[in-house]
Design a protein around this ligand. Structure first.
Ligand code: GLU
Length: 321
């Protein structure tokens, strides 16, 4: 079977240095296994996708030397379309399939309801109490109508631990029912939730390996449950460390992180940036042999990237340090 890796960015801002590093890792991992690298654009959240963002992101990827064999704006597009906003029929069909098999239920709870009923505060996302799971569908639809809303659809999470052997992060286990609860697969605004869209896309695009940022490791058990429910084999996963500042804060989250566009505009040499990112992945300057391994799990700071040759003068100036 031919290996198929993918990079699936959300065009909500300019491509960040950490995403460029992940994209390079994804490409190298696919190529090292003699496989193909696919570009899919995750623009489901249209409010966050501003006009021109997709083109800008593709230019930034090309500038840093990330290549795609197939996908959005590529010559080869056997699994078209590669824009999530154009794939809603597939997500809807997956939802219908899950519904027929009783694996999802409608939910009329608003965000405030979910927060209020949450059994315990848990990070940014409250744990769903399970309120609508036990109710008759008709009652849930009636409640939604009375509230002037449409229902969301949640996945019936089975109890117990879900585990994965990540090629970079190692063994990861999560009790999804306890830690997350029945999660949303289709939002009340009738748009597929990320968790469902990403799984449907990776199944239909025949992806065999997913290399992505460590921030998505905690989503993976939810996605594994969806692979199981959709009766599809899951790809291998590898979650790469994020780029952080000296306080350990993720650069991408900051108002002024380090975008590839800023490096371009400041006149950085693309080869120097690419080589620094490759070196930080243990890949050497020439994109030679490459293996995913546990050393890539740790977050990496700009200082370390500078140590790997990221142009010091330019990044220091941009970061104001
Ligand atoms: N679109 C997601 C992001 O940009 C990545 C999804 C994935 O790789 O599974 O954060």
């Amino acid at each position: 079977m031919i290996e198929r890796g993918r990079f699936a960015p959300t065009p909500s801002g300019r491509l960040h240095i950490g995403s460029a590093r992940t994209a390079l890792a994804s490409q190298l991992a696919a190529r090292a296994r003699g496989g193909r690298h696919v570009l899919r654009v995750e623009d489901l959240d249209s409010a966050r996708t501003k006009a021109g963002m997709i083109d800008a992101m593709i230019e930034d990827l090309a500038w840093v030397g990330v290549e795609f064999d197939e996908g959005f704006r590529c010559q080869e597009r056997p699994h078209s379309p590669y824009l999530q906003s154009e794939r809603s029929a597939l997500y809807r069909a997956a939802l219908d399939g899950l519904r027929e098999r009783g694996m999802v239920f409608p939910c009329a709870c608003s965000r405030a309801d979910v927060e209020q009923a949450a059994t315990a505060p848990h990070g940014a996302e409250p744990i769903y109490s399970g309120r609508c799971r036990a109710r008759a569908e008709g009652a849930v639809f009636d409640e939604a109508r009375m509230k002037g809303r449409t229902v969301a659809w949640r996945f019936c999470v089975r109890p117990g631990t879900v585990s994965l052997d990540d090629e970079v992060a190692g063994r990861f286990e999560q009790d999804v029912q306890r830690d997350v609860g029945d999660f949303v697969v289709f939002r009340a605004d009738s748009v597929a939730a990320y968790q469902l869209a990403v799984v449907v896309d990776d199944i239909t695009m025949e992806i065999t390996q997913v290399v992505r940022g460590a921030d998505l490791l905690a989503s993976t058990p939810r996605q594994l449950l969806l692979y199981e429910a959709l009766l599809a084999p899951a790809p291998r996963f590898a979650h790469i460390g994020l780029v952080v500042d000296h306080r350990g804060e993720r650069l991408a989250k900051r108002a002024r992180g380090l975008a590839i566009a800023e490096l371009r505009e400041a006149g950085a040499d693309p080869k120097a940036v690419r080589d620094a990112l490759l070196r930080s992945l243990g890949a050497g300057d020439d994109a030679g042999p490459f293996r995913l391994d546990p050393s890539m799990a740790a977050a990496i700071s700009l200082e370390e990237l500078r140590g790997n040759g990221l142009p010091m003068d330019i990044t220091a100036k941009l970061e104001g340090v």
